[in-house]
Design a protein around this ligand. Structure first.
Ligand code: HEM
Length: 133
């Protein structure tokens, strides 16, 4: 027996309800516009951001119920391990989340969905701090 769902039993995923891969692609595009202008973060990323964009968009899509393309292309996420080469202190984590908050704010999600997405991103950003401030 499936539990009753808020969507009335249609059993859709956030990935489907929010607009599929194009939703995550444009979210990540807006996020990286902020990163590109941020001296605290920009130097951590490669000159060409296209791979970084693709990986983050596929990861987020997969996390919210989309196809497991990230895992097929990149293997298990292991985010702590993958971020270990980059010194991420509280300031970098907060800057990252600030750009995501702005991007989510412009995404057109309902307040409740935006809160769910940002709660997850905030927890993930905190969990990836690996350096003192
Ligand atoms: C806390 C602040 C964060 C910083 C400073 C940061 C920085 C970075 C950097 C520099 C890369 C490498 C980009 C590249 O090699 O192209 C990266 C990759 C990535 N980050 Fe973050 N990140 C942060 C938080 C997060 C969070 C919260 C998530 C998930 C919710 C995330 C998901 C990813 C993914 C999926 C990749 C690609 C991994 C791969 O397949 O190589 N990051 N991040």
């Amino acid at each position: 027996m499936f539990p009753r769902r808020r969507d009335g039993g249609a059993r859709t995923t956030p990935f489907e309800r929010w607009g599929g891969q194009p939703f995550f692609d444009s979210l990540v595009e807006r996020f990286y516009e902020g990163v590109a202008e941020d001296p605290l973060l920009r130097h951590l990323y490669p000159d060409d951001l296209s791979g970084s964009k693709r990986h983050l968009a596929l990861f987020l899509a997969q996390f919210w119920g989309g196809p497991e393309i990230y895992n097929e292309e990149r293997g298990h996420p292991r985010l702590r391990l993958r971020h270990a080469p980059f010194p991420i202190g509280p300031a970098e984590s907060e800057a990252w989340l600030r750009h995501m908050t702005a991007a989510v704010g412009e995404s057109g999600l309902s307040d409740g969905d935006a809160r769910d997405l940002l709660d997850y991103l905030a927890g993930a950003a905190r969990s990836l701090v690996n350096a003192p401030g």
